[in-house]
Design a protein around this ligand. Structure first.
Ligand code: AGP
Length: 588
């Protein structure tokens, strides 16, 4: 997902303010960046491929009207010319954009007949020339509105008009937030980036348009032109929450925040869990849907609901559910799980479900996100800003909520709070000494492995999938999560002498059968890493986990997160910004 940041006000270091804002948004993943400032006679733009790193914009003119963008390439390759902002023919209008302009070829052909000149391969550049064309015969804000209505697809963009120091921002799909300062105003794609300047924000709804200048903010419906009143909200996050603090990487900080996240969830969410449990109970068919790590939380949820509440709640991968939802009715419930609330694969399936009149409940971490807005009922995960691309505390937060929900469904919410509290205690042990050093040592031992296998059964099967995902997405070691029972149906052929095989062995009904799986791999030369409540002679390496009943998978996954993190460090990679990946995948 790209990053957007804009400033207009009395300060003249606009370019520096914008670049600092973009650095707050780096965690979203990008491959180029750019900043534009309004100078007395034109708009000056600086664009670069690669990371912002130590770059600066001190070579740009002083300006009190500036915006910038971090781009994750969709239309057009990674190049300076394709980076945003893009200018019109006159150099007095600039635009930055998140999303995909689906009808850009048709629009571009029309603009070419009016002699507009294009320099990039992007769809975004079409938008700025479209605005330029309309601005020849109408107010700038009307020109933006008209251009927006010509566009197809989900887009958020900001247009800068040098002539009147006013941004015109419009949103459909990708998030945009207005920040209200004192004699100055801001725009950003993520509210966390506004914290150093203001806590007063308005999350733009789809089809809302904001005219933002130093003097104030006016809002309109971009489809009808009707004036609307901003719904100001106050952000409660602390700046510390969005900084690394004493940690070398956001991911390690977020891993260590997990006991606190779970404790808060257990303490503050009883009534929410009871209410959502009631909604699930009334539904005729409930389906959990999510992508990647969130999908594994959905799978874990299906085991929790069955085991604790004897309730069948199905699950599906977000990018697949759209092909299997024809049976939905107005009595169906979709429980959509997402950290960012912006994952296009998930939003697509949710929108298709809404067309079937299904009710949407969302378990989402980002306030004001697209999923947060389109759901009929929203439960915020409450993990705080998660900046590492690899999701950790948001995932554990989902598991804590789902555990509470399963117990609430069975009318035993207090028991659920007790179980989550057991998981908090067990997690603290995993995150303390000697376990952390023990896991670091294991990472050094297996860092040269080409393949790692993780087996689980029952509730520990989704835990195995999630641990494998953590390992592969940040350390780049191929890792595969397996249902232990499946080993002998094929994957066992892959186990060779010394292959690291992680066996998740919680103290439940799966213990014996899982141990058999570990022995099958040991017999083929596998290096067995046992994550369990007690040691066993079959283990070549043992990681102790204190039992937390059905929530034991939480400390197990945390041990797996630490292993993935330390493997990544041992292999010299950046755990916060893994190659090829973005924090939120807002394209299909
Ligand atoms: C998780 O570590 C991955 N980065 C990825 O699978 C992620 O969980 C997935 O893209 C879904 O993101 P969401 O939770 O923001 O919807």
């Amino acid at each position: 997902m790209c990053g957007i940041f804009g400033y207009v006000g009395p300060r003249t270091d606009g370019a520096t303010i914008v670049l600092a804002g973009l650095k707050q948004l780096e965690y979203r993943g990008y491959d180029s960046w750019g900043v534009a400032v309004a100078s007395p006679d034109k708009i000056v733009v600086k664009k670069k491929t690669g990371k912002i790193g130590e770059a600066n914009v001190k070579d740009m003119p002083h300006s009190s009207f500036a915006f910038g963008h971090t781009r994750w390439a969709t239309h057009g390759g990674v190049s300076e010319v394709n980076a945003h902002p893009h200018l019109d023919c006159t150099g007095t209008i600039a635009i930055i954009h998140n999303g995909i302009l689906e009808n850009y070829e048709v629009l571009k052909q029309k603009l070419l007949t009016k002699n507009h000149r294009f320099v990039s391969q992007t769809d975004t550049e079409v938008a700025v020339h479209l605005i330029e064309e309309y601005a020849k015969r109408m107010l700038f804000s009307k020109a933006v509105q008209q251009a927006f209505n010509d566009m197809e697809g989900l887009n958020a963009f900001i247009a800068m008009n040098r002539n009147n120091n006013q941004f015109v921002a419009v949103r459909s799909g990708s998030p945009l937030v207005v920040g209200f300062g004192n004699g100055e105003n801001f725009l950003a794609s993520d509210a966390a980036a506004l914290l150093p300047y203001t806590r007063q924000v308005h999350f733009l709804e789809d089809d809302e348009m904001a005219l933002v200048s130093a003097a104030g903010v006016m809002m309109f419906n971009a489809r009808t032109g009707v004036r609307i009143k901003p719904q100001k909200q106050t952000l409660t996050w602390s700046v510390a929450e969005v900084e690394k603090g004493s940690y070398p990487f956001f991911m390690l900080k977020e891993i260590h925040e997990q006991p606190g996240v779970m404790a808060d969830i257990a303490a503050d969410n009883a009534e929410h869990a009871v209410k959502l449990a009631g909604i699930i109970r009334q539904s005729h068919g409930a389906y959990m849907v999510g992508c990647g790590t969130a999908a594994y939380a959905c799978l874990a949820g299906s085991y929790l609901f069955s085991k604790i509440a004897r309730r069948h709640v199905n699950w599906a991968i977000g990018s697949e559910f759209g092909y299997q939802l024809d049976f939905l009715t107005d009595k169906s419930l979709i429980l959509a799980l997402s950290q960012s609330g912006e994952t296009m694969d998930l939003l697509d399936s949710v929108r298709k479900s809404k067309e079937k009149k299904a009710k949407i409940a969302a378990l989402v971490n980002v306030l004001g996100s697209s999923l947060w807005r389109i759901a009929d009922y929203t439960l915020v995960i409450g993990a705080g800003p998660e900046k590492g691309v690899a999701s950790t505390k948001a995932f554990i937060g989902k598991l804590a909520h789902l555990t509470l929900l399963a117990y609430a469904l069975d009318g035993r919410i207090r028991e659920g709070q007790k179980v989550v509290t057991m998981a908090v205690k067990s997690a603290k042990t995993v995150l303390g000494e000697p376990t952390v050093s023990h896991i670091q040592k294991l990472a050094k031992k297996i860092k040269k492995a080409r393949h790692v296998y993780v087996i689980g059964r029952g509730l520990s099967y989704p835990a195995a999938l999630e641990i494998a995902l953590k390992i592969k997405e940040i350390s780049y070691i191929h890792a595969e999560g397996l249902a232990a029972g499946e080993l002998k149906h094929g994957p066992l052929a892959l186990v060779e002498k010394g292959t690291p095989c992680i066996a998740l062995l919680p103290d439940d009904e799966t213990y014996g059968a899982n141990l058999a799986g570990a022995m099958e791999m040991k017999a083929r030369g596998g290096y067995i890493i046992g994550i369990s409540h007690k040691p066993h002679e079959v283990f070549d390496y043992y990681v102790p986990i204190a039992d937390a009943r059905e929530a034991t998978i939480i400390p197990m996954v945390i041990a797996g997160q630490l292993l993935a993190y330390y493997l990544t460090i041992a292999r010299g990679f950046d755990p916060d910004k893994p190659r090829n990946l973005a924090k939120s995948v807002t394209v299909k």
